[in-house]
Design a protein around this ligand. Structure first.
Ligand code: XIL
Length: 368
């Protein structure tokens, strides 16, 4: 309660400030800098600040829960399928492609004027059993696997050509020490699988923005150094890579990433796009006021880094309500990672994002 009053006060103060400093003849600026109604959503505020504000979407919840569906439609300017574009879901049976659920999300996004991020083409998790079994028992040879991967990328990116703005082409290919993760892709195809994946994705949709995506890329580290070197190396080979997705799965029991802005700047300075693609901030349960404030700070650090980085396109949260979060199922005893609680009520993190977006929207309008 108190926090929302603080937000209102900050927004009000910023509005007064903007009106006072505007030159009398700056009509267009003045229109853009009109007070931000406190009712504006993250997506609308993001538009004003020049970034997308997105969420991962759980298709079961979207289909079955009107409150969830309404909130996805109204609150966000970008959507990412949480699961339904992953290989396990689009090709559970070899050679039988099923894009029904993913198509449904794309139609939903079009109806609500939202951007779609495609996630993900090459990963070591959520692969179909026919593929992992075939590789394990040798019935799929490395040459065949390469053809299968090529076909998968051409089929999927081709299916969504012109409809998916960005693809996480390769997901989580790096270890924490910066070496390449030992996946079936690396083991069977060698390190060239990454360049090939980008080449095939670009062939299938030359206008889609292509990303390398990973976790623990927020700070300067051996892993983010390796991601930087990886995309530079791809570019030096003439491979089309547009950007790097920084997942942003944070936890309040660890320090917030203090070097995120410096890290993102180097990608930006090298002409690469960045996005926060899977932001959340989990905590050891039970939640309390201190942990919720720390989570708000974690979200704020990520949003501010994006707002302050020239080529950062947006922030996508990996789920927006604690009612539907991947965290409790994966991190035992942890949760409360999202910006709304399980009753869709705003948490401090939601208010923190709003506050900084309101302020950014103003300075964006004033600077142009
Ligand atoms: C997670 C989904 O949220 C879960 O529903 C699913 O069971 C497993 O995958 N990094 C990623 C995402 O790139 O695809 C993962 O999504 C979370 C971690």
């Amino acid at each position: 309660m108190q926090l929302s009053r603080v937000v209102a006060a900050v927004a009000g103060a910023a509005a007064v400030f903007c009106v006072m400093v505007l030159p009398a003849d700056a009509e267009s600026q003045s229109a853009r800098s009109s007070p931000v109604p406190i009712t504006q959503t993250l997506g609308q505020l993001g538009d004003r600040a020049g970034i997308f504000m997105g969420t991962a979407v759980d298709m079961t919840a979207l289909d079955n829960e009107p409150t969830y569906r309404a909130r996805v439609a109204s609150e966000f300017s970008s959507v990412t399928p949480e699961n339904v574009m992953k290989w396990q879901l689009v090709e559970p049976t070899r050679g039988v492609l099923d894009f029904t659920a993913a198509d449904e999300l794309v139609s939903f996004a079009q109806a609500n004027h939202q951007r779609v991020r495609g996630h993900t083409l090459v990963w070591h998790n959520q692969l179909p059993t026919w593929l992992t079994t075939g590789v394990a028992n040798g019935s799929i040879t490395p040459d065949q696997l390469r053809d299968i991967l090529r076909q998968h990328i051409l089929d999927e990116v081709g299916h969504f050509k012109g409809k998916v703005a960005q693809w996480d082409v390769v997901n989580e290919a790096l270890n924490e020490d910066g070496t390449l993760r030992s996946t079936i892709w690396l083991q069977q195809l060698g390190r060239g699988y990454i360049a090939d994946a980008f080449r095939w994705a670009h062939e299938a949709d030359p206008r889609a923005k292509l990303f390398y995506n990973d976790f623990n890329l927020e700070s300067l580290s051996a892993k983010s150094d390796a991601a930087f070197a990886l995309v530079q190396d791809l570019r030096s080979q003439g491979v089309h890579v547009d950007g790097v997705g920084i997942q942003g799965h944070l936890a309040v029991q660890f320090p917030a990433p203090g070097t995120i802005q410096e890290n993102m700047k180097r990608f930006s300075d090298a002409g690469l796009l960045t996005e926060l693609t899977e932001a959340d901030a989990r905590m050891v349960l039970p939640a309390d006021a201190t942990k919720l404030e720390a989570a708000a700070e974690a979200y704020r650090v990520m949003l501010d880094a994006c707002l302050l980085t020239r080529h950062c396109g947006g922030v996508t949260v990996w789920g927006f309500t604690d009612l539907h979060s991947w965290v409790p199922g994966v991190f035992s005893g942890q949760g409360a990672a999202d910006i709304l609680d399980a009753n869709y009520q705003p948490k401090p993190a939601y208010n923190a994002l709003r506050t900084d977006l309101v302020l950014a929207a103003r300075s964006h309008g004033d600077d142009d």
